[in-house]
Design a protein around this ligand. Structure first.
Ligand SMILES: C[S@@+](CC[C@H](N)C(=O)[O-])C[C@H]1O[C@@H](n2cnc3c(N)ncnc32)[C@H](O)[C@@H]1O
Length: 214
């Protein structure tokens, strides 16, 4: 059976089922819309929240903070957990810090202003979940592969590995640009990886969800 087509009517129906957001998230959604900041939508935010909550993850790693929207959903899924998140853009990193504070996570979120790959090469610490939200920005398949490896090195058995834009607006079917080739490469690596069990959920632009085997 094929996936149900998400018509405008179906989207409106689904939108009506997403829980209302509080003031902080609602403001961030409005700002992202107005300023064209590429954040996950509330459906995906709720899914990230649920995955973290169901898995019991407490130590979260995120690549690609933007202004902290997905980070807040991830942190809300934890039981007093913490988030280490990478963002290259100084202005976005500063806004993310302010938003984490406004959401009550000022002490639980560490925003590192650095290229995520460079940061991961020297990052200490273990994590229960990782959300990669910059698959679209890697320069090559080789860097994509290296970042996946670096994330896996820091994840314990049972940990969650999630990545956004796994379908890249459908471009993964016939990739004709480097970013689409990177995303397709990531999906292949995850699907065949001996340490992972995984699925791609066709929500929004596609969420890759994997679990590190015991
Ligand atoms: C899709 S946005 C993240 C959205 C955020 N996760 C959310 O949903 O609220 C990707 C972010 O990654 C940042 N970025 C891109 N390449 C990066 C890199 N190599 N290292 C760190 N941050 C990077 C961009 O500046 C951008 O803000």
């Amino acid at each position: 059976m094929r996936t149900v087509e998400i018509t405008d009517d179906m989207q409106a129906y689904l939108d009506g089922l997403v829980p209302p957001r509080d003031e902080v998230l609602a403001r961030m959604e409005e700002e992202a819309h107005r300023e064209n900041i590429p954040i996950v939508d509330p459906h995906e935010g709720q899914l990230l929240y649920l995955l973290v909550r169901i898995s019991g993850a407490r130590r979260i790693l995120e690549l690609g903070t933007a202004t902290g929207y997905s980070g807040i959903w991830l942190l809300r899924g934890t039981n007093h957990g913490n988030l280490t998140t990478y963002e290259l853009d100084h202005e976005r990193a500063e806004r993310a810090r302010a938003n984490f504070s406004a959401a009550g996570f000022g002490k639980q979120a560490l925003v590192i202003e650095e290229n995520a790959k460079d940061g991961l090469e020297k990052l200490d610490g273990r994590f229960d979940a990782c959300f990669i939200d910059l698959l679209n920005s890697f320069k090559s398949e080789e860097i994509t592969r290296r970042v996946l490896e670096l994330c896996l090195e820091r994840l314990d058995p049972g940990a969650l590995l999630m990545a956004d834009n796994a379908l890249r607006q459908g471009e993964v079917l016939h990739p004709d640009n480097q970013q689409a080739r990177n995303v397709r490469h990531y999906n292949d690596l995850v699907a065949k990886h001996p340490r992972l069990e995984s699925v791609v959920i066709p929500i929004r632009d596609g969420l890759s969800v994997a679990r590190v085997k015991d």
